[in-house]
Design a protein around this ligand. Structure first.
Ligand code: FAD
Length: 382
């Protein structure tokens, strides 16, 4: 392996690869990405890969909107043989109480003001879009037909190819073991394939971000939590949009292949990077999804697995350089929405690094917000 680079990115998930691509696109030469396993081996390859613009915070709406616009053009931007399997058939978010209805209506006002086409639906209207939806107890729903989901593997590989074509080098099976810090700067990255120095080091290590920051001598307020997910047998297409119920805490989509992918959030889940899947999950998933989508009852589950959310105290990422170590950047703590905002985040970080005004202002996501007690309030986190 080479022993010098301009920028070193640690982590080859959607964040690391899209960063490598966007930094290279900004004209930065000599970028190196280090991945301990294979590309998308972490949370990215284990995620639902849903992409939605239906957020309650302006910044998140804009990051998701920019990212979806980029996903729409990814094939033209980076031509490859990979099928991104981008299914843009919408996201439907269900509301079961007045508080949620009011919040969703406020969100819609914001989203529409930002040019995101989201509509409010009555239960009957929701049922015309998802005919197998049980509307019992449902008060309303929101729907954006440009939301959807992609294949997280082919999307990540596409960014890696794009970065590589622009000169970035990607070293797989290369584990970062330590960082050498001298006089407030990272001098060297120690890997199991040799040492490499760089002007700038970026932590994009997903669930392992706390450990990588510790190597730089910085304690960041993140932890990882297991999230489980399953896929069923394929059947004919019966559900166009991704369906989300914050009340039941689940998301459920039908892929272009006909299988259903679903999961739910559980605050009592195992903390840490263990990704063992459990029998309990299978049972609880069925209990959550079947009252809302009863016709999935007899579907056979073909596989279940788990991945990690990397979570901060406000469930929003930490982006930017640390004040303690100026050449150490962080792009971590993406919780359950890192896939859908990664391209716009990568673009904004890259623009900032080359001294441009970022397309989306991400300054509120700096690490120091926690010290200052400026936690971000985003009502639409799943
Ligand atoms: P990762 O993909 O985890 O990449 C980090 C990489 O760093 C890994 O490949 C890892 O091997 C590597 N690495 C770690 N340590 C080292 C080291 N020492 N040396 C070298 N390499 C190292 N998000 C959405 O937007 N939509 C969804 O629908 C969605 N669903 C989800 C469902 C589940 C079950 C889970 C678990 C997550 C979901 N997410 C979703 C969240 C999303 O997966 C993450 O936010 C996103 O993938 C984070 O990307 P990343 O590149 O930061 O991390």
């Amino acid at each position: 392996m080479q022993n010098n680079a301009n920028v070193i990115i640690i982590g080859g998930g959607i964040v690391g690869t899209s960063l490598a691509y966007h930094l290279a696109k900004q004209g930065i030469k000599d970028i190196v990405l280090l991945e301990k396993d294979y590309l998308a081996a972490g949370s990215t390859g284990r995620c639902g890969a849903g992409v939605r613009q239906q957020w309650g915070l302006k910044m998140n709406c804009l990051l998701a909107k920019e990212s979806i616009a980029e996903f729409e053009q990814l094939h033209e931007m980076i031509p490859t043989d990979y099928d991104l399997e981008f299914k843009q058939k919408g996201y439907m978010m269900l509301a079961y109480d007045n508080e949620m209805v009011n919040q969703y209506k406020r969100n819609i006002q914001l989203q529409q003001s930002l040019g995101i086409d989201v509509e409010y639906l009555t239960p009957q209207e929701a049922k015309t879009i998802v005919p197998h939806l049980n509307t019992e107890g449902l008060i309303g729903a929101t729907f954006c037909d440009k939301d959807g989901h992609l294949n997280p593997f082919t999307t990540t590989l596409t960014y890696a190819i794009g970065a590589n074509r622009l000169g970035a080098k990607i070293y797989k099976n290369t584990r970062v073991l330590d960082l050498v810090r001298e006089k407030g700067k990272i001098k060297k990255v120690i890997t199991d394939k040799g040492d490499i120095s760089a002007d700038l080091v970026i932590n994009a290590a997903g669930p392992y971000s706390k450990g990588i920051s510790k190597m730089a001598g910085i304690d960041i307020p993140v932890f990882s939590e297991r999230h489980q997910i399953l896929v069923t047998q394929s059947i004919k297409q019966i559900q166009d949009p991704m369906v989300i119920s914050l009340k039941h805490g689940f998301y459920c989509q039908q892929t272009p292949h006909g299988s259903f992918i679903m999961g739910f959030g559980d605050p009592n889940e195992l903390k840490g990077t263990d990704t063992t899947s459990t029998w309990n999950f299978l049972e609880e998933m069925a209990q959550k999804v079947l009252p809302v989508l009863p016709s999935l009852k007899n579907l056979k589950v073909v596989r279940q697995w788990a991945g990690s959310y990397n979570i901060t105290p406000d469930s929003q990422p930490i982006l930017g350089n640390s004040e303690e170590v100026e050449n150490f950047y962080m792009a971590v703590g993406f919780s359950g929405h890192g896939f859908m905002i990664a391209p716009a985040v990568a673009k904004a970080i890259s623009e900032t690094i080359v001294g441009k005004e970022p397309t989306v202002d991400i300054s509120m996501l700096r690490l120091k917000r926690f010290e200052a007690g400026n936690l971000i309030k985003e009502p639409s986190v799943v």
